[in-house]
Design a protein around this ligand. Structure first.
Ligand SMILES: NC(=O)c1ccc[n+]([C@@H]2O[C@H](COP(=O)([O-])OP(=O)(O)OC[C@H]3O[C@@H](n4cnc5c(N)ncnc54)[C@H](O)[C@@H]3O)[C@@H](O)[C@H]2O)c1
Length: 374
């Protein structure tokens, strides 16, 4: 089968990883690189002498290509992806799909109308460790999920067009959507800008998925150390994904609490369970290679990618909501479909898009704790 001929726009920090993977993936071929910067075009030509370079998108689109990958700053995704879709190309866009929900929706609708494949590179969905995490969640081994806690911090590459939430949280939001398959109900975020006004470089994002399941994401460009860790905690077991430990990226802990009722006092007693710790085998293989293969398969089969435009829109919706909440000092935003989050008499009063301080849907008292009993 002929390899899918791909042109790349944007050979900055991330683009070279895409070209390397398109070049080595049996299903794809990197045919050309377009970058506005002569220095970056020269760098591409030095590393890949067989790959053409183009100074403009028009020049790129004159070449015989099947598809285009867009790896430029977020604010440019919309016009570039739109131009390529309208030129009849299938398009892969780096995360996040676009700089606003509106733009992401328009791209998704245009791709559908033109019959083009539109995929977002939510890279972690193609990581073997994250796929194993999904199997563990779906098998029920973890029990009822209680929380997700992610820390994604380092001395980051400061972006000029988006804040740290738009830069790093697309990873967490796409991973959690992939693992849970549940739409979030509300979101609240705090953040601060230390380097550039209005471009937050540290943020804490809290997402409520209902059913007593909440997720917290700490994203930060100012940390002296690099941490990439996600805890998914359940009533039976918990797992920790630490991608900086390539030998054992995933660990499953049979540790947690056991609730029982004291016969004398009739009160709930909390006990602790410390069982085995194991590290599931994770197949070797680069996520970007699997991502490139999936894109090629979807283009060949005219199929919807796992991370299609609609998923791209959902992630962008959360990024937009998180930024809105940050500007409102952590005000909690009810998300579409989340009207019933607050239950009881409040349900009718709080609509999607409402921003309220300090709301909570978590009923206090023993009714809640009993769901932990096994
Ligand atoms: N999937 C991941 O894990 C991952 C990791 C890092 C970055 N990214 C994403 O990749 C994208 C690019 O990020 P980056 O850090 O590489 O940015 P960057 O600024 O390092 O590189 C962008 C490149 O695009 C070029 N460019 C900008 N506008 C252009 C235009 N109109 N036409 C042609 N070239 C243009 C610039 O000259 C530059 O070389 C972002 O969307 C980012 O979120 C994804």
């Amino acid at each position: 089968m002929e390899r899918l001929r791909i042109g790349l726009i944007g050979y900055g920090y991330w683009g070279p990883n895409l070209v390397r993977n398109f070049s080595t993936c049996p299903a794809t071929e990197a045919v050309a690189v377009c970058d506005a910067s002569p220095a970056r075009r020269a760098a591409a030509a030095r590393t890949y002498p067989g790959v053409a370079t183009a100074a403009s998108v028009d020049e790129l689109l004159d070449l015989p290509l099947d598809a285009v990958a867009v790896a430029t700053p977020v604010s440019t995704h919309f016009p570039l992806a739109m131009r390529c879709l309208e030129a009849g190309k299938d398009v892969l866009v780096e995360k996040p799909l676009a700089g606003s929900v509106r733009e992401a929706q328009i791209l998704t609708a245009r791709a559908a109308r033109l019959g083009r494949v539109l995929m977002v590179d939510h890279t972690y969905l193609f990581s073997n460790a994250v796929r194993r995490m999904k199997q563990l969640v779906e098998s029920g081994d973890l029990g009822d999920l209680h929380y997700v806690d992610s820390v994604r911090i380092n001395l980051g590459l400061f972006q000029t067009d988006v804040n740290v939430v738009w830069d790093l949280a697309p990873h967490d939001l796409s991973i959690v959507e992939y693992l849970l398959g549940t739409p979030p109900r509300s979101i609240s975020a705090w953040g601060c800008a230390h380097a550039t006004p209005e471009i937050e470089d540290i943020a804490y994002v809290n997402v409520d998925y209902g059913e007593n399941l909440m997720a917290n994401f700490h994203v930060n460009w100012l940390s002296p150390v690099k941490v990439r860790q996600i805890i998914v905690a359940g009533s039976k077991k918990s797992m920790i994904f630490n991608e900086l430990n390539p030998a054992e990226p995933l660990k499953v802990y049979d540790r947690g609490i056991e609730l029982s009722e004291s016969e004398e006092t009739q009160r709930l007693r909390v006990g602790y369970r410390t069982g085995d710790l194991w590290s599931p085998h994770i197949e070797a293989g680069e996520a970007l290679q699997a991502m490139a293969t999936h894109f090629a398969d979807c283009v060949r089969g005219r199929a919807d990618p796992v991370s299609d435009g609609r998923m791209g829109v959902r992630v962008v919706r959360l990024l937009e909501a998180a930024t809105r909440s940050i500007r409102a000092q952590g005000g909690r935003l009810v998300l579409p479909g989340g009207e019933t989050t607050y239950g009881d008499g409040d349900a009718g009063a709080i609509r999607p898009g409402d921003l309220r301080p300090g709301l909570t849907d978590r009923p206090p008292g023993p009714g809640r704790s009993h769901s932990l009993l096994r």
